[in-house]
Design a protein around this ligand. Structure first.
Ligand code: ATP
Length: 316
């Protein structure tokens, strides 16, 4: 039995420790990178049962990714391996503290071959929540179709749908992304855009106007991420800014949004009041920002509760 199902592409990430052009770097430590698996790992640490699906290359990198994610107690039993395409790769180059470039080697990758027929309805329907990221439909036409199929399965089986747009302009045009995001958002129960993504989807500028436009006439929960300022939550009965937690030193901003999503989904599974849910998600985002790596900062439930208490905040 699963609490959450999510799917998408996780790549092998090569990120040198040196701040130097990749032209001159000789050593590349190997990690993994993928928004959906970050969310899955975050949820697993918070105590939930999560299924993550992907199509991986039948190669050492594909096996490495599956082992890593399985090692975090995420169910990877529905993953498929293919010899028709390799596992996607990603290189990160840091030239200065705030100048980071990403180089993808993922076009035509194994995960881009994900299609609607790869989804196992019986497996997915065990979950209470479907997490959709806006990266998966950007991979290829067949993976877009798979996202639509997953939404259909979720609707049929009374699952809640949580949508995190995760705009990646290296993968598709802003016009196509906008079209697809609006289509997915129409089916979602909870939408988690950054302010810039919300602005892109609605054409509005102000936080409250963006939330209103995303909600439309439907009964949805919109939670807009505002970086260090926390988040704005907008539902039928609630409209509130929920303050963020102070971060002593921003070590690595990447992955905050994924930790935030895991926090939101966890709180919903626990049936907590909306502001409590958002407050914990803010705390997780702050913890991720203060730690190097995408998944290293993701806390257990106990650790985030500790972080949120006044003494916890004062910790080094
Ligand atoms: P990502 O870089 O992972 O794509 P994002 O753009 O989706 O992130 P952000 O708004 O940067 O989302 O961060 C998500 C959440 O993490 C914020 O809503 C906030 O709660 C927390 N957070 C992010 N940055 C900071 C910060 N500098 N200080 C405190 N909290 C932060």
């Amino acid at each position: 039995k699963l609490d959450v199902f999510t799917f998408g592409e996780t790549m092998v990430l090569f990120q040198p420790e040196q701040m130097l052009s990749l032209e001159y770097v000789h050593q590349f430590p190997k990690r993994i990178g993928g928004a959906e698996s970050n969310v899955a790992i975050g949820l697993s640490r918070l105590g939930h049962s999560v299924g993550w699906f992907s199509k991986l290359g039948d190669d050492p990198f594909g096996r490495y990714i599956q082992k890593y994610i399985r090692g975090e107690d995420v169910d990877t039993s529905s993953c498929l391996f293919t010899d028709k395409a390799p596992t996607g790769l990603l290189f990160k180059e840091q030239l200065s503290p705030d100048d980071v470039n990403v180089y993808y080697y993922r076009k035509g990758s194994a995960a881009s071959l994900i299609g609607p027929d790869d989804l196992n309805e019986e497996y997915i329907a065990q979950a209470k929540i479907l997490h959709i990221s806006g990266i998966t439909p950007a991979l290829s036409d067949s993976s877009y179709q798979a996202v639509m199929k997953a939404i259909e399965i979720a609707k049929k089986n009374d699952m809640k749908i949580v949508f995190d747009p995760n705009l990646r302009l290296k993968l598709w045009s802003v016009e196509r992304a906008r079209e697809v995001f609006i289509e997915i958002a129409a089916s979602a129960d909870i939408i988690l855009p950054g302010l810039d993504e919300g602005q892109m989807m609605t054409g509005e500028t102000e936080v409250e106007k963006v939330a209103e436009a995303l909600m439309g006439d439907a009964d949805k929960t919109i939670i807009i991420k505002l970086g260090s300022k926390g988040a704005y939550v907008h539902s039928k009965n609630e409209k509130a800014y929920v303050e963020g937690f102070p971060v002593k030193q921003i070590v690595d901003p990447v992955g905050a949004g994924d930790g935030f999503a895991a926090g939101i989904i966890s709180g919903i599974l626990r049936n907590e009041p909306l502001q409590t849910v958002v407050r914990r998600a803010n705390a997780i985002g702050a913890m991720v920002v203060g730690t190097s790596g995408d998944v290293e900062g993701l806390p257990t439930f106990k650790a985030v509760e500790q972080f949120m208490t006044p003494t916890g905040e004062a910790r080094d």
